[in-house]
Design a protein around this ligand. Sequence first.
Ligand SMILES: C[S@@+](CC[C@H](N)C(=O)[O-])C[C@H]1O[C@@H](n2cnc3c(N)ncnc32)[C@H](O)[C@@H]1O
Length: 253
Amino acid sequence: MAFKNIPPSLVALLLQGAAFLLVSALVPLTGLAISLPILVLLCGLLAAFFSHLAGLARWWLVIQLGFVPGLLGMLMLNIPPAYYLCAFLCLVLVYWSTFRTQVPLYLSSKQVWHALQGLMPPAEFSFIDLGSGLGGVLTHLASARPDGHYSGIESAPLPLWLSWLRIKFGGYRNCKVYWGSIWDQSLCNLANYDVVYAYLSPVPMARLWHKARAEMRPGTLFISSTFEVPEQQPQLKIEVTDLHHSTLLVWRM
Ligand SMILES: C[S@@+](CC[C@H](N)C(=O)[O-])C[C@H]1O[C@@H](n2cnc3c(N)ncnc32)[C@H](O)[C@@H]1O
């Protein structure tokens, strides 16, 4: 990709701006009377084309194509601005720093919870879910294996609050969730855990492997759901029969 160190969302926004400026400049120059729907379509086409040239992933091209036409469509619906503000705030609270981390919220399936349960050590152990989302993995394991101690770290506020409520009102005394980043060494030292679980995205896996190798104790388990670590073959692969065809990749450190 041409803009390697810039988050794709920012690149997409910049390219939208470039397409918009180009269309706004071209129309007076050509002197043609072009209707508004054609103009917004032109903006979308140009933004998608620029994004293709910039090497953005294919699904970004669809977003780029539909963005300005979508804006026009929404404006025509005459929805009061407060609704947009509310929707925006909700999305911010759920997705928080996804534009930077490129790890959005999606949840491990119940089938994954059960497969994880089968991987837990036989006696008392500590477990951490890196990016614990709504806390489903933690609360399931806490019920199934009450001899474990469970921690979760989550950066997005709304999932964090919901998982905190789930743990508090579900009476899970052996579960804790913390607000922060998995990269914050004072909050997340993997040496403290017997089992480390991550369901993130392809983007942080090389960095996470580096952290796991540096911090985890010999004999402990590192489990990634679905996302591979570049150039590192897991010792065990468990294919889970769920909607996403999840695979648990397991390394004994
Ligand atoms: C794919 S979801 C997985 C949720 C949960 N672990 C599960 O399996 O159901 C990934 C979660 O990681 C969180 N996340 C992404 N980057 C993070 C970071 N650097 N530190 C803490 N949480 C992060 C996201 O907000 C999201 O809730």
